[in-house]
Design a protein around this ligand. Structure first.
Ligand code: NAP
Length: 282
Protein backbone atom coordinates (compact mmCIF):
# COMPACT_ATOMS: atom_id res chain seq x y z
CA UNK A 1 0.00 0.00 0.00
CA UNK A 2 1.58 3.29 -1.14
CA UNK A 3 1.28 6.04 1.47
CA UNK A 4 1.66 9.58 0.14
CA UNK A 5 0.72 12.96 1.54
CA UNK A 6 1.09 16.71 1.83
CA UNK A 7 2.69 18.83 4.58
CA UNK A 8 1.54 22.43 4.92
CA UNK A 9 -0.65 24.78 6.93
CA UNK A 10 -3.52 25.36 6.41
CA UNK A 11 -4.48 22.67 3.90
CA UNK A 12 -8.27 22.91 3.72
CA UNK A 13 -8.54 23.87 0.03
CA UNK A 14 -5.75 21.74 -1.43
CA UNK A 15 -6.47 20.03 -4.78
CA UNK A 16 -3.51 17.65 -4.32
CA UNK A 17 -5.51 14.76 -2.76
CA UNK A 18 -7.92 14.71 -5.74
CA UNK A 19 -5.03 14.75 -8.22
CA UNK A 20 -2.95 12.07 -6.51
CA UNK A 21 -5.87 9.75 -5.75
CA UNK A 22 -6.75 9.96 -9.46
CA UNK A 23 -3.10 9.20 -10.32
CA UNK A 24 -3.07 6.12 -8.04
CA UNK A 25 -6.28 4.87 -9.60
CA UNK A 26 -5.19 5.56 -13.20
CA UNK A 27 -1.92 3.66 -12.59
CA UNK A 28 -3.80 0.84 -10.84
CA UNK A 29 -1.85 1.30 -7.62
CA UNK A 30 -3.19 0.67 -4.14
CA UNK A 31 -2.55 3.69 -1.94
CA UNK A 32 -3.59 6.83 -0.08
CA UNK A 33 -2.79 10.53 -0.16
CA UNK A 34 -3.24 12.15 3.27
CA UNK A 35 -3.13 15.73 4.50
CA UNK A 36 -0.67 16.55 7.30
CA UNK A 37 -1.45 20.05 8.56
CA UNK A 38 1.59 20.98 10.64
CA UNK A 39 1.58 24.35 12.38
CA UNK A 40 4.40 26.70 11.26
CA UNK A 41 6.01 26.56 14.73
CA UNK A 42 5.66 22.76 15.20
CA UNK A 43 9.20 21.69 14.36
CA UNK A 44 8.89 18.40 16.24
CA UNK A 45 5.76 17.54 14.26
CA UNK A 46 7.73 18.06 11.06
CA UNK A 47 10.61 15.87 12.28
CA UNK A 48 8.24 13.10 13.42
CA UNK A 49 6.53 13.02 10.04
CA UNK A 50 9.83 12.88 8.16
CA UNK A 51 11.01 10.01 10.36
CA UNK A 52 8.00 8.04 9.06
CA UNK A 53 9.53 8.22 5.58
CA UNK A 54 12.81 6.89 6.91
CA UNK A 55 10.89 4.03 8.56
CA UNK A 56 9.15 3.18 5.28
CA UNK A 57 5.69 4.01 6.67
CA UNK A 58 5.33 6.88 4.16
CA UNK A 59 6.61 6.67 0.58
CA UNK A 60 6.51 10.30 -0.49
CA UNK A 61 5.47 13.75 0.64
CA UNK A 62 4.64 17.03 -1.03
CA UNK A 63 5.45 20.22 0.82
CA UNK A 64 3.61 23.51 0.59
CA UNK A 65 3.43 26.87 2.40
CA UNK A 66 4.81 27.49 5.04
CA UNK A 67 7.24 24.55 5.08
CA UNK A 68 8.97 24.69 1.68
CA UNK A 69 12.04 26.31 3.24
CA UNK A 70 11.66 24.86 6.78
CA UNK A 71 12.24 21.27 5.64
CA UNK A 72 15.55 22.02 3.90
CA UNK A 73 17.77 21.55 6.94
CA UNK A 74 15.99 18.29 7.77
CA UNK A 75 16.97 16.68 4.44
CA UNK A 76 20.06 14.51 3.92
CA UNK A 77 20.43 15.81 0.37
CA UNK A 78 18.85 18.36 -1.94
CA UNK A 79 18.59 17.93 -5.69
CA UNK A 80 20.37 20.56 -7.77
CA UNK A 81 17.03 22.22 -8.58
CA UNK A 82 15.85 22.38 -4.95
CA UNK A 83 19.22 23.80 -3.93
CA UNK A 84 19.18 26.44 -6.66
CA UNK A 85 15.63 27.54 -5.90
CA UNK A 86 16.02 27.30 -2.12
CA UNK A 87 12.72 25.44 -1.68
CA UNK A 88 11.52 21.83 -1.48
CA UNK A 89 8.09 20.66 -2.66
CA UNK A 90 8.73 16.90 -2.95
CA UNK A 91 10.40 14.49 -0.50
CA UNK A 92 11.37 10.83 -0.95
CA UNK A 93 13.88 8.26 0.30
CA UNK A 94 16.72 7.04 -1.98
CA UNK A 95 19.36 4.64 -0.69
CA UNK A 96 18.31 5.48 2.87
CA UNK A 97 18.78 9.19 2.27
CA UNK A 98 15.98 11.71 2.64
CA UNK A 99 15.98 13.71 -0.61
CA UNK A 100 14.44 17.17 -1.00
CA UNK A 101 13.42 17.91 -4.59
CA UNK A 102 11.45 20.62 -6.37
CA UNK A 103 9.05 19.81 -9.21
CA UNK A 104 7.49 23.31 -9.39
CA UNK A 105 10.23 24.46 -11.77
CA UNK A 106 9.91 21.62 -14.29
CA UNK A 107 6.12 21.64 -13.82
CA UNK A 108 6.02 25.31 -14.79
CA UNK A 109 8.36 24.86 -17.78
CA UNK A 110 6.50 21.86 -19.09
CA UNK A 111 3.12 23.61 -18.92
CA UNK A 112 4.52 26.88 -20.30
CA UNK A 113 5.89 25.03 -23.33
CA UNK A 114 2.52 23.37 -23.91
CA UNK A 115 0.82 26.74 -23.56
CA UNK A 116 3.12 28.73 -25.82
CA UNK A 117 3.31 25.90 -28.34
CA UNK A 118 5.01 26.78 -31.58
CA UNK A 119 4.68 30.53 -31.12
CA UNK A 120 7.67 32.26 -32.71
CA UNK A 121 9.66 34.17 -30.10
CA UNK A 122 12.70 36.27 -30.94
CA UNK A 123 16.19 35.35 -29.78
CA UNK A 124 15.76 37.85 -26.93
CA UNK A 125 12.77 36.29 -25.15
CA UNK A 126 11.65 38.65 -22.46
CA UNK A 127 9.47 37.94 -19.40
CA UNK A 128 8.02 40.06 -16.61
CA UNK A 129 7.50 38.19 -13.32
CA UNK A 130 5.16 39.79 -10.78
CA UNK A 131 6.04 38.89 -7.16
CA UNK A 132 9.26 37.62 -5.57
CA UNK A 133 8.09 34.92 -3.15
CA UNK A 134 8.52 31.13 -3.21
CA UNK A 135 6.89 30.39 -6.55
CA UNK A 136 8.59 33.38 -8.21
CA UNK A 137 11.93 31.76 -7.30
CA UNK A 138 10.98 28.58 -9.18
CA UNK A 139 9.63 30.61 -12.14
CA UNK A 140 12.69 32.88 -12.39
CA UNK A 141 15.06 29.89 -12.11
CA UNK A 142 13.17 28.09 -14.88
CA UNK A 143 12.98 31.06 -17.23
CA UNK A 144 16.66 31.95 -16.82
CA UNK A 145 17.70 28.38 -17.56
CA UNK A 146 15.41 28.37 -20.59
CA UNK A 147 17.18 31.44 -21.98
CA UNK A 148 14.70 34.18 -21.07
CA UNK A 149 15.57 37.70 -20.01
CA UNK A 150 13.66 38.27 -16.79
CA UNK A 151 12.35 41.46 -15.26
CA UNK A 152 11.17 41.11 -11.69
CA UNK A 153 8.45 43.35 -10.27
CA UNK A 154 8.09 43.14 -6.51
CA UNK A 155 6.66 45.47 -3.89
CA UNK A 156 9.53 44.78 -1.46
CA UNK A 157 13.02 45.77 -2.54
CA UNK A 158 14.81 43.44 -0.11
CA UNK A 159 12.84 40.39 -1.28
CA UNK A 160 13.54 41.17 -4.94
CA UNK A 161 17.23 41.74 -4.25
CA UNK A 162 17.54 38.50 -2.33
CA UNK A 163 16.00 36.62 -5.24
CA UNK A 164 18.27 38.40 -7.71
CA UNK A 165 21.34 37.55 -5.59
CA UNK A 166 20.44 33.87 -5.71
CA UNK A 167 20.69 33.97 -9.50
CA UNK A 168 23.45 36.55 -9.83
CA UNK A 169 25.37 34.44 -12.33
CA UNK A 170 22.54 34.94 -14.81
CA UNK A 171 21.58 38.15 -16.54
CA UNK A 172 18.65 39.48 -14.55
CA UNK A 173 17.06 42.87 -14.95
CA UNK A 174 15.18 43.94 -11.87
CA UNK A 175 12.35 46.40 -11.84
CA UNK A 176 11.55 47.11 -8.23
CA UNK A 177 8.33 48.87 -7.41
CA UNK A 178 6.41 49.65 -4.26
CA UNK A 179 3.26 48.04 -5.62
CA UNK A 180 1.95 46.72 -8.89
CA UNK A 181 0.63 50.11 -9.97
CA UNK A 182 -0.27 51.47 -13.42
CA UNK A 183 3.02 53.35 -13.76
CA UNK A 184 4.93 50.08 -13.55
CA UNK A 185 2.70 48.38 -16.01
CA UNK A 186 3.10 51.26 -18.43
CA UNK A 187 6.81 50.59 -18.18
CA UNK A 188 6.09 46.92 -18.84
CA UNK A 189 4.18 47.85 -21.97
CA UNK A 190 7.07 49.99 -23.13
CA UNK A 191 9.34 47.01 -22.80
CA UNK A 192 7.02 44.82 -24.89
CA UNK A 193 7.31 41.64 -22.84
CA UNK A 194 6.62 38.34 -24.58
CA UNK A 195 5.42 36.79 -21.32
CA UNK A 196 3.92 38.11 -18.07
CA UNK A 197 3.78 35.69 -15.13
CA UNK A 198 1.72 36.43 -12.03
CA UNK A 199 3.48 34.88 -9.02
CA UNK A 200 1.49 36.86 -6.44
CA UNK A 201 -1.69 35.54 -4.81
CA UNK A 202 -3.71 38.49 -6.20
CA UNK A 203 -6.98 37.20 -7.68
CA UNK A 204 -6.95 33.97 -5.67
CA UNK A 205 -10.27 32.83 -4.22
CA UNK A 206 -12.05 34.37 -2.26
CA UNK A 207 -10.55 37.68 -3.56
CA UNK A 208 -11.56 36.92 -7.12
CA UNK A 209 -12.16 40.57 -8.05
CA UNK A 210 -8.45 41.38 -7.65
CA UNK A 211 -5.83 41.41 -10.38
CA UNK A 212 -2.16 42.38 -10.41
CA UNK A 213 -2.91 44.35 -13.61
CA UNK A 214 -5.38 47.24 -13.59
CA UNK A 215 -8.03 46.55 -16.24
CA UNK A 216 -7.59 49.88 -18.00
CA UNK A 217 -4.03 48.94 -18.90
CA UNK A 218 -3.72 47.78 -22.48
CA UNK A 219 -1.11 45.09 -22.88
CA UNK A 220 1.19 44.61 -25.82
CA UNK A 221 -0.86 42.70 -28.43
CA UNK A 222 1.64 39.84 -28.51
CA UNK A 223 1.96 39.39 -24.73
CA UNK A 224 1.19 35.95 -23.29
CA UNK A 225 -0.16 35.84 -19.73
CA UNK A 226 0.55 32.99 -17.31
CA UNK A 227 -1.24 33.33 -13.96
CA UNK A 228 0.10 30.89 -11.36
CA UNK A 229 -3.17 31.27 -9.45
CA UNK A 230 -5.49 28.37 -10.38
CA UNK A 231 -8.46 28.97 -8.10
CA UNK A 232 -10.91 30.33 -9.47
CA UNK A 233 -10.88 28.45 -12.77
CA UNK A 234 -10.67 31.76 -14.68
CA UNK A 235 -8.93 34.51 -12.68
CA UNK A 236 -9.67 38.18 -13.27
CA UNK A 237 -6.21 38.62 -14.79
CA UNK A 238 -6.87 35.82 -17.27
CA UNK A 239 -10.38 37.08 -18.03
CA UNK A 240 -9.19 40.67 -18.65
CA UNK A 241 -6.31 39.50 -20.83
CA UNK A 242 -8.59 37.25 -22.91
CA UNK A 243 -11.01 40.18 -23.29
CA UNK A 244 -8.12 42.05 -24.93
CA UNK A 245 -7.65 39.10 -27.29
CA UNK A 246 -4.51 37.83 -25.58
CA UNK A 247 -3.43 34.27 -24.93
CA UNK A 248 -3.80 33.67 -21.16
CA UNK A 249 -3.91 30.73 -18.76
CA UNK A 250 -4.19 29.98 -15.06
CA UNK A 251 -1.70 27.76 -13.21
CA UNK A 252 -3.83 24.61 -13.15
CA UNK A 253 -1.61 23.00 -15.78
CA UNK A 254 1.48 23.71 -13.67
CA UNK A 255 -0.22 22.28 -10.58
CA UNK A 256 -0.99 19.08 -12.47
CA UNK A 257 2.49 18.83 -13.98
CA UNK A 258 4.32 19.33 -10.67
CA UNK A 259 2.04 16.72 -9.07
CA UNK A 260 2.57 14.22 -11.91
CA UNK A 261 6.36 14.67 -11.74
CA UNK A 262 6.34 14.11 -7.95
CA UNK A 263 4.12 11.05 -8.40
CA UNK A 264 6.59 9.61 -10.90
CA UNK A 265 9.49 10.18 -8.50
CA UNK A 266 7.61 8.31 -5.74
CA UNK A 267 6.10 5.44 -7.72
CA UNK A 268 7.97 5.19 -11.05
CA UNK A 269 4.61 5.57 -12.86
CA UNK A 270 3.85 8.42 -15.26
CA UNK A 271 0.16 9.31 -14.72
CA UNK A 272 -2.10 10.49 -17.59
CA UNK A 273 -2.45 14.28 -17.39
CA UNK A 274 -5.98 14.42 -18.82
CA UNK A 275 -7.31 12.20 -16.02
CA UNK A 276 -5.55 14.32 -13.38
CA UNK A 277 -7.04 17.49 -14.89
CA UNK A 278 -10.57 16.07 -14.84
CA UNK A 279 -10.07 15.10 -11.18
CA UNK A 280 -8.80 18.59 -10.27
CA UNK A 281 -11.70 20.31 -12.05
CA UNK A 282 -14.41 18.27 -10.38
P1 NAP B 1 4.53 33.72 -1.47
O1 NAP B 1 5.80 32.97 -1.26
O2 NAP B 1 3.77 34.22 -0.31
O3 NAP B 1 4.87 34.97 -2.45
C1 NAP B 1 3.87 35.86 -2.89
C2 NAP B 1 4.50 37.09 -3.53
O4 NAP B 1 3.44 37.99 -3.91
C3 NAP B 1 5.39 37.89 -2.57
O5 NAP B 1 6.39 38.53 -3.32
C4 NAP B 1 4.40 38.88 -2.01
O6 NAP B 1 5.00 40.03 -1.46
C5 NAP B 1 3.62 39.25 -3.24
N1 NAP B 1 2.33 39.84 -2.91
C6 NAP B 1 1.40 39.35 -2.07
N2 NAP B 1 0.34 40.19 -2.03
C7 NAP B 1 0.63 41.23 -2.85
C8 NAP B 1 -0.05 42.43 -3.20
N3 NAP B 1 -1.24 42.72 -2.71
N4 NAP B 1 0.56 43.30 -4.07
C9 NAP B 1 1.79 43.02 -4.58
N5 NAP B 1 2.48 41.90 -4.27
C10 NAP B 1 1.91 41.02 -3.41
O7 NAP B 1 3.51 32.82 -2.31
P2 NAP B 1 3.85 31.78 -3.46
O8 NAP B 1 4.09 30.44 -2.90
O9 NAP B 1 4.89 32.37 -4.34
O10 NAP B 1 2.45 31.70 -4.23
C11 NAP B 1 1.95 32.78 -5.00
C12 NAP B 1 0.70 32.33 -5.76
O11 NAP B 1 1.08 31.31 -6.70
C13 NAP B 1 -0.37 31.70 -4.85
O12 NAP B 1 -1.63 32.12 -5.30
C14 NAP B 1 -0.20 30.20 -5.08
O13 NAP B 1 -1.41 29.50 -4.92
C15 NAP B 1 0.24 30.18 -6.54
N6 NAP B 1 1.05 28.99 -6.83
C16 NAP B 1 0.62 28.18 -7.84
C17 NAP B 1 1.36 27.05 -8.16
C18 NAP B 1 0.86 26.16 -9.28
O14 NAP B 1 1.29 25.00 -9.35
N7 NAP B 1 0.06 26.67 -10.17
C19 NAP B 1 2.53 26.73 -7.46
C20 NAP B 1 2.95 27.58 -6.45
C21 NAP B 1 2.19 28.72 -6.14
P3 NAP B 1 5.06 40.18 0.15
O15 NAP B 1 6.04 39.15 0.62
O16 NAP B 1 5.48 41.59 0.34
O17 NAP B 1 3.67 39.89 0.67
Amino acid sequence: MIQLGLIGYPLGHSLSPKIHVAALKACELDGNYSLFPIHPTDRQGLKDLLSRIRLGELHGLNVTIPHKQNVIELMDELTQTAKAIGAVNTIYLRENKLIGDNTDASGFLSDLKKFIGNRELGIEKSALVLGAGGSARAVVYTLLNDGWNVTLASRRIEQAQELANTFKDHVLHITIITDLRPSTLRQAQGNAFDLIVNATPLGMSPNTDQSPLPEYITLSKDAVIYDLVYNPRETKLVKDARAQGLQATTGLGMLIEQAALAFELWTGHNPPRDILRIAAEN
